[in-house]
Design a binder for this molecule. Structure first.
Ligand code: CAA
Length: 258
């Protein structure tokens, strides 16, 4: 892959958008490579994925404006289809994903961050949907996921006005879960990833699926979704081992993922 790096350290995967000279802007090939990288995550052995951008200035500065500036309506539709497929591939990675937002998260960058489960940022994180200023609308899921993450009213303000949101404000409105000095960002993201990785992989996976599926439907259907995912956890070796360890007042060494 030319624009995306995939690496694995034990149970933690890192996906890095690596096009630093263009502030990690996403061209069509990068979108395809992110889909490929998302597909490489193995639910049997990987426990958490950290997604970040190369360098210390930018997470992702949006879709590649140079590549899309002369495209037609039909090509714009194809780009929106590809971008949406890419963000959906990230969203449906079966294990938790943490966006480590190391600077600009504009346009497609904010959309990529919102396709992740959790967002942590460097103090230099800047969110924004600048599409209105360049004659387009968000096309990688921004009109759909940003309102789901921070609420409809604030999302509309950000999208309509092109407002830039700095790290502290992003934290205040729930767009970032935490903010760290940029030099600590990756270390802190991996700490969070390891805390997640130490928990029951089946429980974490089923919880992610339950939350994501339940958010798309009404409460009655959402309850059925939760019941289905909860039931799957019972009768597993990990559930027995962990509950027996609790009752016998001992520490469980490790979950087996079965
Ligand atoms: N597409 C293509 N190239 C980009 C880019 C983008 N989105 N963002 C930055 N670059 C390139 C610049 O053109 C520049 O390249 P050259 O060295 O060849 O000139 C290089 O990255 C460095 O950028 P700047 O010189 O502009 O850096 P800066 O520090 O002065 O400014 C910035 C940084 C504020 C992020 C500025 O680059 C910028 O405004 N970028 C565009 C942000 C944007 O509008 N993103 C939304 C795109 S539309 C979208 O994403 C729609 C969607 O829903 C998917």
């Amino acid at each position: 892959m030319d624009y995306v790096k995939f690496s694995r350290d034990g149970e933690i995967v890192t996906i890095t958008i690596d096009n630093e000279k263009a502030l990690n802007a996403l061209n069509a090939q990068a979108l395809r490579e992110i889909i490929e990288a998302a597909g490489m995550v193995d639910a049997n052995t990987d426990r958490c994925v950290v997604i970040t951008g190369a360098g210390k200035k930018s997470f992702v500065a949006g879709a590649d404006i140079k590549e899309m500036k002369d495209i037609t309506t039909e090509e714009g539709r194809e780009l929106a289809i590809l971008g949406n497929a890419c963000m959906r591939a990230v969203e449906t990675i079966p294990v938790p994903t943490i966006a480590a937002v190391n600077g600009y998260a504009l346009g497609g960058g904010g959309e990529l961050a919102c396709a992740c489960d959790i967002r942590v940022g460097g103090e230099n994180a800047v969110f924004g949907q600048p599409e209105m200023g360049i004659g387009i609308t968000p096309l990688f899921g921004g009109t759909q996921r940003l309102p789901r993450v921070i609420g409809v009213g604030k999302a509309k303000e950000i999208i309509y006005s092109g407002l830039r949101i700095k790290a502290d404000e992003a934290m205040r409105i729930g767009l970032l879960n935490a903010v760290y000095p940029i030099d600590e960002l990756m270390e802190r993201a991996y700490e969070m990833a390891k805390r997640i990785a130490a928990n029951s992989p089946i429980g974490v996976r089923e919880a992610k699926a339950s939350i994501n599926e339940g958010m798309q439907v009404g409460i009655e259907d959402a309850m059925q979704i939760e019941i289905g995912h909860a039931a799957v956890c019972f009768g597993t070796d990990d559930q027995h081992a962990a509950m027996n360890a609790f009752v016998e007042k001992r520490k469980l060494d490790k979950f087996m993922n079965r």
